[in-house]
Design a protein around this ligand. Structure first.
Ligand SMILES: [Zn+2]
Ligand SMILES: [Zn+2]
Ligand SMILES: [Zn+2]
Length: 280
């Protein structure tokens, strides 16, 4: 699998949309890897993890064919992870010569309702007919063509069944763990029992070098603890690739400073555009 981070920020972005705090001022000045758009990951040019409002910009900046994406895995309904209105543009007369005529959207029941409500006013019936919304629950385990998808229960927000995902292709397994607070070892034990193996992991690091006291996000301290649990469950492959992602402007550190702190634990800091080749 080739995994590409298209966006690596929390909801407000870094710099944040309306913010002039020292971190955002510094990010604007330094630019480069300090500029973070809303979280999204592209897998092998045919699968997206999350669908934020920055999806269109990600297509422009990273130059991939958005019409070739066959499936989207959505974590939850927050706007930095799900901007369904864009799906209205997925068909004639707004889109022509698309590579893939259909798209599958995997999500929880709340996101399903949100997609139907938010696209309802504008989507053409013939376009709506090409969007297959598939409702998932924690521990659902399915194949989508040659990709295995396992939904896992996130610890994030009340009122919906927030999901994180394990994805496997060609024997290589990847864990996408945002947005979530610390997960119990039980989650990883169940994933292990399902035959998963983790060659790649991207974990929520909204709190930067700190800890996710809110319980709905994590910091580096929590990422390190989660890695121990993942390893303890026997899930980690040899020499796994581990990234921290989903950073907030409330984290004081810039990319270089954060990378130095994470490197002490063998963890990489994701940035917009960074790519990992994940092999079994
Ligand atoms: Zn988020
Ligand atoms: Zn700020
Ligand atoms: Zn969220």
């Amino acid at each position: 699998m080739r995994i590409k981070f298209l966006g690596t920020a929390a909801a407000e972005g870094v710099p944040a949309v309306f913010c002039n705090c020292p971190t955002c001022v510094k990010a604007r000045q330094k630019g480069g890897k300090n500029i973070r758009t809303r979280s999204q990951i592209l897998i092998d040019d045919d699968t997206l993890f999350d669908f934020p409002m920055d999806t269109y910009m990600h297509m422009l900046v990273h130059g991939f064919d958005l019409s070739a994406v066959k499936r989207v895995l959505i974590s939850h309904s927050h706007m930095d992870h799900c901007y369904p209105q864009e799906l209205c543009m997925r068909g004639a007369p707004f889109a022509k010569n698309m590579t893939e005529p259909r798209i599958a959207v995997y999500c929880n029941a709340t996101v399903r309702e949100m997609i139907l409500a938010d696209t309802g006013r504008e989507i053409r019936p013939e376009i709506a007919a090409t969007v297959d919304i598939k409702t998932l629950h924690p521990y659902d385990d399915l194949m989508s063509d040659d990709m295995r998808i396992i939904a896992l229960p996130a610890r994030h927000t009340k009122g919906e069944e927030c999901l994180v995902y394990y994805v496997e292709r060609g024997g290589a397994g990847a864990l996408f763990l945002n947005d979530t607070g610390r997960l119990d070892g039980e989650v990883y034990a169940r994933l292990k029992a399902m035959g998963a193996k983790v060659h790649f992991a991207a974990l929520d690091c909204t709190y930067g070098n700190g800890s996710g006291t809110s319980g709905r996000h994590m910091g580096l301290v929590d990422v390190v603890e989660q890695l121990k649990l993942i390893d303890g469950a026997g899930l980690l492959a040899q020499d796994p690739i581990v990234y921290a992602t989903h950073f907030s402007h409330n984290n004081d550190f810039d990319f270089d400073e954060m990378s130095e702190k994470a490197a002490a634990y063998g963890i990489l800091v994701a940035y917009d555009g960074c790519t990992a080749d994940v092999n079994a």
